[in-house]
Design a protein around this ligand. Structure first.
Ligand SMILES: [Zn+2]
Length: 440
């Protein structure tokens, strides 16, 4: 690359997090530059700071040749991170009136069965990823289906877009339709092939994906444990304690275990890099064990409200030291928008008289998500060396927001109005490794 054109400057109101701001919105936890600059090179962050300071310090040649994206007046944030989402369920998002176990039977399984057709996997992957980017989401932990080619299709689409993504083949060898069933041996073989082909290729990583304890035999959970512990930097995603009937069922299927977390613990499915959707009805000892092992929870508020599953106790999880990320859980969730997800997280907190602050919500959707997915060495904020995936938000994207913003003064107030009144219409642009990918 011509060194004279390798630098990129981004101008805008820049916000990123260095740590969890906590309940008291610790101002040391973030940096905000009203007229800020991001200096990038080869898709990575070189510096972040006030526009004037960065421009003053820049060598004249770089100043003259750098490519500049001017987003003055708009908010530039690290790309949003969806820590739990099912791409094959795009076709059932917004379906009526079921709770978890009926939902799986009536909507999820029939939708996932259509992925026996490679063409559907390919078409859906492209649509899903393009829509994620349009929503400002640049990384996600993604469930495919039981079909290995559903992962192939997803990773091919993610690779062609240069994305940092996690995905895995669903492992499921019981309590599901015959046409979606694998076996411990086929799951081991197919997952290994996918891992060898994709894990660590470019920005992609594999995530071992047993759907949840009820749909895997003990033999298959054993295999999942071997896979998760058998490769460096391996990830794992599954579900935990979403619904009361599910928890009772786990108790019947796995007698002799202390609780739901203990089932996963027994099969060596806990640890850094492992993330479980929901974790709504956990007891204190389960939270302690998750925290001890560095296992994360994906908080899926819109899905939990939509399926009537219950309220996630964010404060209890945080107090126990469990890493938490935010997630849409589409198709149980009703939108790919992390803004709407943050608004739902606030609602869930408010219903428990513990409202989530705007700062904390944006932390969870960026750095918090990266930490929960064990990807914070690469993404999550604008520290020098991080990969330059970012989204640009328009505070005035709709007439209501525009009206509201005239009466908002602090950045906290503006960020809260943005998540409460906003959605993907507020995403002006999304950049991957510094390159603008949407709008093209
Ligand atoms: Zn899920």
């Amino acid at each position: 690359m011509n060194p004279q054109t390798s630098a990129t400057l981004v101008r805008g109101s820049i916000l990123h997090f260095l740590a969890d701001p906590g309940e008291n919105d610790d101002a040391d936890a973030w940096q905000f530059f009203e007229d800020g600059a991001l200096l990038l090179e080869h898709g990575r962050v070189i510096r972040v700071g006030a526009w004037k300071e960065i421009i003053t310090a820049l060598p004249t040649l770089t100043k003259q040749t750098a490519r500049t994206f001017d987003y003055s007046g708009k908010l530039v944030m690290p790309g949003l991170i969806d820590t739990h989402v099912h791409y094959p369920q795009m076709q059932v998002m917004g379906s009526f009136g079921r709770q978890l176990l009926d939902w799986l039977e009536h909507y999820t399984f029939p939708a996932e069965a259509t992925f026996a057709d490679r063409g559907i996997a390919k078409k859906t992957s492209a649509f899903f990823l393009d829509r994620l980017l349009a929503h400002g989401t640049t990384t996600a932990s993604v469930f495919a289906t039981v079909h290995p080619h559903s992962v192939e299709a997803f990773f091919e689409a993610a690779q062609s877009r240069n994305l940092r993504m996690l995905c895995g083949k669903v492992m499921m060898d019981r309590h599901c339709p015959e046409n979606l069933r694998d076996t411990p041996a086929s799951a081991l073989h197919d997952s290994r092939k996918l891992i060898e082909r994709w894990h660590g290729k470019g920005r992609l990583r594999y995530s071992v994906t047993p759907r949840f304890a009820p749909t895997s035999t003990p033999e298959q959970l054993q295999v999942a444990g071997e896979l998760f512990n058998g490769y460096p930097d391996m990830h794992l995603q599954s579900h935990l304690s979403e619904n009361r009937r599910e928890i009772e069922w786990v108790g019947e299927l796995f007698p002799g275990h202390r609780n739901y977390v203990d089932v996963y613990d027994h099969f060596k499915l806990l640890g850094r890099g492992a993330i479980y959707g929901h974790g709504i009805h956990l007891d204190a000892s389960e939270r302690t064990r998750l925290a001890e092992t560095g296992t994360a929870i994906a908080f899926c508020p819109s899905s939990n409200l939509f399926l009537g599953s219950g309220f996630f106790h964010y404060d209890a999880a945080h107090a126990a030291g469990v890493p938490v990320g935010l997630a849409t859980d589409v198709g149980g969730g009703t939108s790919l928008s992390m803004l709407r997800t943050m608004a739902s997280a606030y609602t869930v907190g408010q219903a428990q008289h513990k409202p989530l602050s705007a700062m904390r919500a944006w932390y969870l959707a960026t750095l918090g998500g990266a930490q929960a997915l064990a990807l914070d060495n690469f993404i999550g904020n604008f520290k020098p060396g991080k990969e330059a995936d970012f989204a640009v938000f328009d505070f005035n994207a709709t007439p209501e927001l525009d009206w509201r913003m005239r009466h908002a003064s602090s950045i906290e107030e503006k960020l809260f109005a943005l998540i409460t009144l906003g959605d993907e219409r507020c995403v002006s642009a999304t950049h991957i490794l510094g390159e603008r990918v949407t709008p093209a």
